[in-house]
Design a protein around this ligand. Structure first.
Ligand code: NCD
Ligand code: ZN
Ligand code: ZN
Length: 434
């Protein structure tokens, strides 16, 4: 392994309060020096990181890698590639595969395949109920022993409150937690687009926001009463955020994540009627976007999770009812979070916290950190470099995102995992003059 000198970068690491321009030497995969102005020395590869930020690499607690069963949409290899291209070296994947991850052997399958590919840490979640059918609890203890990092039926909510309560207590007794996709399907079943002016103007079947909010409230109350932790997946409305704020004030062990698309896009993405805008929960109105942005800043929302949900082109071309909801996200999280920094909702330290430190801590993983003696697990990104989202730059098998053709700012240049470079940006810098 060659010796690497990362020169001229601005290091941000909330773990050890690093926020300054320093050079880094990596020898045999380990960080051996962090100092100002280290001159190049013989036999070292110099990475010019001027104009770049160097931070611990990112952790995504919510991605759909579709393996086993739907590998025409994504597999663990292409999922890992998009992860490292987005600066992530830990990806937690969802159990809504075919079959659902409800048996220890399936948990092992995902872990072993991830390790074999070796680009990043792929950690599976286990299903809460058998087949994710919402009726019978899985053997969570066995799934956890096999390596499941937390439990969720994501893609579907846990509707039955008694099952949810038991699951929360069971998971808590194992030192882990349930993450719920909050959606009262009795309220949402006739809907496609967020109930608001856009759905009304376009004549799209409205999906009322209280479908999400009522279940967020229920889960918060269960957490307050049982003292068991609960995690809210992909929170998306102002009222849902206010409910979580209330529960936190009551001392509940409630955490919440927000997706890049709910931080950036609103329901006017539906204006061309194309199902690329279809996602669950639906894209909301501007007021909701403002609310989730401020909640991320004030720590009511704990971190960002991509909810990377790849679907094939032919599926996204179906009619509004038949088309599956979801959009990809692993390569867009960083530029969208940086947009919040540019617009002064959060500062750059919080940006690294919500992408790296906080999600790692949530699953009891020691957050990657830029410290002497540590194996290099870091990302070098240019926070201002513009790039246009085009299919050829997307590493996922699926290209389903409303961001195609848009310009984003913030580009991953290098990702290090286990001391090695697992991603290096090879595209030319694009210049945009707007
Ligand atoms: C997800 C999927 O495609 O699996 N879709 C989505 O719209 N978010 C399921 C989910 O996260 O609920
Ligand atoms: Zn979900
Ligand atoms: Zn999901």
């Amino acid at each position: 392994m060659e010796t690497i000198l990362i020169k001229g970068g601005h290091i941000i690491d909330p773990q050890n309060n690093l926020n300054s321009e320093l050079d880094i030497v990596i020898e045999k995969g380990k960080i051996t020096k962090i100092e100002k102005n280290i001159p190049p020395f013989p036999n070292c590869k110099v990475i010019d990181a001027s104009d770049c930020i160097v931070s611990p690499s990112f952790t995504d607690l919510h991605a759909h890698l579709r393996d086993p069963g739907q590998t025409y949409k994504e597999d663990i290899k292409t999922g890992s590639l998009s992860a490292v291209a987005g600066g992530f070296t830990t990806v937690v994947c969802m159990p809504n595969t075919i079959p659902a991850i409800d048996e220890p052997s399936l948990v092992r399958y995902v872990i072993e395949k991830g390790e074999e590919i070796g680009l990043c840490r792929v950690l599976p979640t286990g299903a809460v109920t058998k087949g994710r059918k919402g009726q019978q609890l899985t053997e969570m203890a066995l799934l956890k022993d096999a390596g499941a990092v937390y439990f969720t039926d994501d893609g579907a909510p846990i509707i039955d409150s008694n099952i949810m309560r038991k699951a929360m207590e069971y998971a808590a007794s194992l030192g882990t937690f349930i993450a719920n996709h909050c959606e009262d399907t009795a309220l949402s079943k006739d809907g496609i687009a967020h109930e608001g002016e856009i759905a009304a103007a376009l004549g799209l079947p409205p999906l009322p926001p209280e479908a999400e909010e009522s279940m967020v409230a229920r889960d918060c109350i269960l957490s307050i009463r049982t003292q068991a932790p609960v995690h809210i997946c992909h929170i998306s409305t102002k009222l849902a955020v206010e409910i979580v704020a209330w529960a936190k004030a009551m001392g509940a062990n409630v955490t919440a994540e927000v997706t890049p698309h709910h931080l950036y896009l609103c329901d006017d993405e539906w204006l061309d009627f194309h199902c690329k805008a279809k996602v669950s929960p639906p894209l909301r109105e501007f007021e909701d976007i403002e609310a989730v942005r401020w909640a991320l800043s004030s720590k009511i929302i704990d971190f960002v999770a991509t909810d990377h949900a790849p679907h094939a082109h032919h599926e996204k071309m179906l009619d509004h009812w038949s088309c599956p909801p979801g959009m990809i996200g692993l390569q867009f999280a960083l530029p969208i979070v940086l947009e919040l920094v540019r617009k002064d909702y959060i500062n750059i330290v919080r940006a690294v916290e919500v992408l790296s430190t906080e999600p790692s801590k949530k699953i009891g993983l020691k957050p990657p950190s830029i410290q002497k003696g540590n194996t290099a697990e870091l990302v070098i990104f240019n926070p201002n470099e513009p790039w246009e989202v085009t299919e050829d730059k997307i590493f996922s098998k699926s290209k389903n995102t409303p961001l195609l053709g848009r310009k984003l700012r913030g580009k991953v240049k290098y990702t290090f995992y286990k001391g090695k470079i697992v991603y290096q940006d090879s595209s030319k810098q694009e210049f945009c003059y707007d």
